[in-house]
Design a protein around this ligand. Structure first.
Ligand SMILES: N=C(N)NCCCC(=O)O
Ligand SMILES: [Zn+2]
Ligand SMILES: [Zn+2]
Length: 319
């Protein structure tokens, strides 16, 4: 029997093979297996199978299941941070939200309600996308509680464009809408890993007005992880942060399974190292989005995404 005082942890891989048993993230307990009182102060991993906001390759609606399937090999101890995240915090898999694939605004409302419900139980939420549109309603739910939020946004793209085909809610527009809606701390938001062609030079001007500083992918070549981290820390001050990770921030060599791939991206090691440097921060929540398994090979993208989620959980458990 498990000790009711201790967090209920993942299935023990030395007793039940990794390729057997429940298909939750990292083989963690389902939310309904942990009493409400024991969940408070914990972390919920929440699937958002939604890709009606994609502008190019679809398929991110299958991202949550793919990330979970690729998370079976994760182990309980994070050596670089010296933390056992599933012992330090009660982490649960809250399953997937049921999101209307034909009505974007209804889907966004369902996400906001779903995240708010978990947060009202005292759980922080790590979202598994889904396309990047899902970040907007998550920020609505968090900002509704704590006011304008500092966002660290890892992405090849700015995602502060205005509309596509006249549509305001897409995966290329969540951070413009968030800024317009007053959800962002305009002095404390930063993009990391930006690269590739834009629509026009105005894109960068608009982006700065909307509240973002840009750290390009090239900055890693010039200044390394430590240099990037220094810039980010200066931007954030000591504010609590929301971390949004579009898996296309990684080079397509490290994450081919995504909707809008761009050459010249980060290595997995650079991304994990940058996330790790946030371990002394108060993380309000996080997402890992844009995993599109139909374009993945040998679980390359799924494994990268599972490790990104694990890094985020370890960072959250470090404080
Ligand atoms: N959020 C992601 N992954 N991509 C946005 C790209 C929008 C475009 O097609 O220009
Ligand atoms: Zn992107
Ligand atoms: Zn994005």
């Amino acid at each position: 029997m498990s000790d009711p005082e201790e967090p209920l942890g993942p299935v023990d891989a030395t007793r039940i093979p990794r390729f057997a048993g429940p298909a939750t993230f990292a083989r963690l307990p389902r939310i309904d297996e942990v009493p409400v009182g024991a969940r408070a102060g914990g972390i919920a991993v929440l699937g958002m199978p939604f890709d009606a906001g994609t502008s190019y390759r679809p398929g991110a609606r299958f991202g949550p299941g793919h990330i979970r399937a690729s998370s079976r090999l994760l182990r309980p101890f994070h050596p670089a941070l010296a933390v056992a995240p599933f012992e330090a915090k009660q982490v649960v898999d809250a399953g997937d939200l049921a999101l209307n694939p034909f009505d974007i605004e209804e889907a966004l409302a369902s996400i906001e309600t779903g995240v708010a419900a978990l947060r009202s139980e005292g759980l922080r939420v790590v979202s598994l996308g889904g396309d990047h549109t899902v970040a907007l309603p998550v920020l609505r739910a968090i900002s509704d509680e704590v006011g304008p939020v500092a966002v660290v946004h890892f992405d090849a793209h700015l995602d502060t464009w205005d509309t596509y085909f006249g549509a305001p809610y897409t995966h290329g527009t969540p951070f413009r809408r968030a800024s317009e809606e007053g959800l962002l701390d305009l002095h404390r938001c930063v993009h990391i890993g930006t690269r590739g062609p834009l629509y026009s030079a105005h894109d960068l001007h608009d982006d700065a007005v909307l509240g973002f500083q840009v750290v390009t992918a090239d900055a890693y070549e010039i200044r390394g992880v430590a240099g990037v981290v220094e810039t980010v820390r200066r931007r954030l001050g000591d504010a609590p942060v929301y971390v949004s990770v579009d898996v296309d921030v990684l080079d397509p060599a490290f994450a081919p399974g995504t909707g809008t791939p761009e050459a010249g991206g980060l290595t997995s090691r650079e991304l994990l190292g940058t996330l790790r440097a946030l371990a002394d921060r108060d993380l309000l929540g996080a997402d890992v989005v844009e995993v599109s398994p139909a374009y993945d090979h040998a679980e390359i993208t799924g494994i990268a995404a599972a490790h990104i989620v694990y890094e985020l959980l370890a960072v959250m458990a470090s404080r």
